[in-house]
Design a protein around this ligand. Structure first.
Ligand code: FUB
Ligand code: ZN
Length: 650
């Protein structure tokens, strides 16, 4: 998609571009090479490191106990069997992954020793051949859920889902510490899976290769990570094989969780054209497809992914970037089936949406994917965790009445869940967010998500230090100090979000459009002088010789915008949403002494809104807005709701 927008003053193309015309690989700057220096992300990173990680580790006791019981049972020191559970181990692995990321940012010997002890335990439980799934190892499966023996119910047992999360945790811990204790377990398991699924192992499935894709995707993207940290192409080959047999070698033919669509098994993945089924599964699948294409340098899935993405953003995504509107299947419904109060929008699905869109950006260089990643981060994903970092939403509706226990029985946030997939998912994502800020090719640097931060990037022409200051997403003012080692030429690509590009769309896809115009255009200055620019693929490209001390100032206006949804979304007819920059706003009962469902906004009243920053209390530093209507309506960013009390909200 090309977008054109012209600003003022002189164009900055000083001489022909040095970039070669061949498509270059776009590389993300890893999160641990970006230092957050203030602003929005500093608070979130601090609450992660200080609260969420230790808090989550404490909630792993039940999962660790199963490993201990299994080890004791195997050694003969106890006859007590661990409780059967399909995927509680995966929650523990995800917590370990997040904890490993935290170790990359801050030393914590206690956390490290806890992970090391767990690795000892896991090695005791793992079968000598590499198999690792407690219930079958201890021989006490619930056959309806796990099958009566290993890999006999691949469609729902979650055996491969669990070890996928183990691979991700092991890769992260290896990157953080250089230790191979978990990685050795992961590698042994992956080799075993390869033998059983693709070669044949006399001890499983009568010696015939299982050759069936798992019902819950995850191992595919995890194998990509294993490949990246080990360099062993076996894992990339396995990821591709698992993708290519999906919907080919096995296809359930029932309904609900046994429907062919539920786990995206209705067609070979390269031929799928619309989003379908369970949203977390779908999100992990699409992420893996994008990654396998990128890592193999092929475009086997590009047509499918582009079509699926178009279908997603133009028919089946909530304004918060939430996926999986339908509670009964935790997944996608019919086109435009996007209810508000009943919306499911699992936190894990929002996280998957971020992973998917980051992958699509890296494959294409097109910022429209970053618009969706950003939308999902700032709205649905961040809503999944409170500001203090110790209470969670699994389900993220767009309206709540304060009565219904929509959040797996709770009317508001929960401390943890029996099925705790979401808390560690959002936790591991937040720690990786600095990695979504910068990317680069040989001769270009992309600024992809704004926020106060510092990094250094090595281009062909040498090392470039960048120091960015911004209160984004509460302000669109961004200052970047550029310091190349020696005067050198490269492009700086500044992302201009769709909501600021003058096209009248909040996000790509046309589902959500503005009632009011943007007003002021985006302005860019280099060393104090206005730059005339155009936007290509969502970026302004400043191609010039850079010198130490050069300063870029980007000003993205962030007025209050009123948004209407496509009229085919029945639940949103006659409704107006309020957005500021990438943030979707909502009204809570505690700010509005009235049933919020009774409030009516003046749909033309955007000119008299009033923004201010909250000082003190749980929402300290959050930008609120007062909009005119049946009364003055106080609104806060959607991600910040239910941080004060469980109440009505919309
Ligand atoms: O099945 C594992 C996880 O549990 C899924 O990703 C979530 O949707 C929840 O059902
Ligand atoms: Zn979840």
């Amino acid at each position: 998609m090309k977008r054109l927008l012209w600003g003022t003053a002189a164009i900055l193309l000083l001489s022909p571009s040095c970039s070669n015309s061949e498509k270059q690989e776009i590389i993300q700057v890893p999160f641990n090479e970006v230092t957050i220096t203030g602003g929005f992300w500093q608070c979130r990173m601090n609450s992660e490191l200080e609260t969420t990680i230790p808090f989550s580790l404490k909630h792993c006791d039940a999962a660790i106990k199963r490993f201990e019981q299994c080890a004791d049972f195997l050694s003969g020191s106890s006859t007590e069997l661990p409780e059967t559970h399909r995927f509680i181990s995966s929650d523990l692995y995800k917590v370990i992954e997040g904890a490993a990321y935290s170790l990359m940012l801050k030393d914590d010997p206690e956390t490290e020793s806890l992970i090391d002890s767990f690795a000892v335990l896991a090695a005791k439980v793992q079968r000598p051949d590499g198999y690792l799934y407690i219930t079958h190892i201890c021989g006490n499966p619930n056959p309806d859920e796990m099958g009566d023996k290993p890999y006999s119910w691949v469609v729902h047992s979650h055996e491969l889902y669990n070890v996928g999360h183990l691979y991700e945790a092991a890769a992260a811990y290896y990157q953080a510490t250089g230790k191979t204790n978990l990685l050795d377990i992961a590698v042994k398991n992956a080799r075993h899976v390869n033998k059983v699924f693709f070669e044949g192992d006399p001890n499983y499935n009568g010696g015939k290769p299982v050759n069936q894709a798992p019902g819950h995707e995850e191992i595919e993207l995890a194998l990509c990570k294993l490949y990246k940290v080990t360099g062993d192409t076996l894992y990339l080959d396995m990821a591709k094989k698992f993708l290519d047999i999906r919907g080919v070698t096995y296809r359930p033919e029932g309904e609900g969780v046994m429907s062919p669509e539920y786990a995206q098994q209705h067609a070979p993945v390269a031929l799928q054209r619309e989003v379908a089924g369970h949203s977390v599964r779908a999100g992990y699948l699409y992420t893996a497809m994008a990654q396998v294409d990128a890592l193999t340098g092929r475009s086997d899935y590009a047509e499918a992914l582009n079509s699926i993405w178009d279908n997603l953003v133009s028919t089946r995504m909530h304004i918060t970037g939430g996926l999986g509107a339908v509670r009964s299947v935790e997944g996608f419904g019919a086109k435009y089936e996007l209810p508000n109060k009943e919306a499911y929008d699992e936190t894990c699905a929002a996280v998957a949406n971020v992973f998917f869109n980051e992958g699509m950006f890296l494959a294409s260089g097109d910022a429209r994917f970053l618009d969706i990643a950003e939308l999902s981060i700032f709205n649905n994903a961040l809503a999944g965790i409170n500001l203090a970092g110790d209470r969670f939403f699994y389900v993220n509706p767009l309206e709540a009445d304060g009565q219904w226990g929509f959040n797996h029985g709770k009317t508001g946030r929960a401390e943890w869940f029996g099925c705790a997939c979401c808390p560690p998912n959002i936790s591991r994502m937040i720690l990786q967010t600095p990695g979504y800020m910068y990317a680069y090719t040989d001769d270009a640097i992309y600024l992809t998500l704004y926020g106060s931060s510092r990094t250094a990037i090595t281009l062909d022409c040498g090392k470039v230090e960048l120091n960015q200051t911004s209160d984004y997403p509460f302000s669109g003012e961004v200052t970047v100090d550029v310091n190349p080692g020696a005067g050198s030429r490269f492009s700086l690509k500044l992302r201009i979000p769709t909501w600021a590009d003058g096209t009248g769309n909040f996000i790509p896809g046309g589902l959500y459009t503005f009632r009011n115009r943007a007003g002021e255009p985006v302005r860019i200055k280099v060393n104090g002088k206005n730059v005339r620019y155009r936007i290509v693929d969502g970026f302004v490209v400043i191609d010039r010789y850079w010198d130490a001390g050069d300063r870029v100032e980007l000003s993205i206006p962030m007025p209050v915008r009123y948004v209407i949804a496509d009229s085919r979304i029945e639940a949103d007819r006659n409704a107006t949403a309020v957005t500021i920059g990438p943030l979707v706003y909502c009204a809570e009962e505690c700010d509005n002494a009235d049933r919020v469902q009774n409030l009516a906004i003046d749909t033309e009243g955007w000119g008299t809104t009033c923004m201010s920053t909250i000082s003190g209390g749980p929402l300290d530093g959050v930008r609120k807005v007062i909009c005119p209507g049946s009364r003055d309506i106080t609104m806060i960013p959607y991600y910040a709701w239910d941080n004060r009390e469980d109440s009505q909200s919309m």
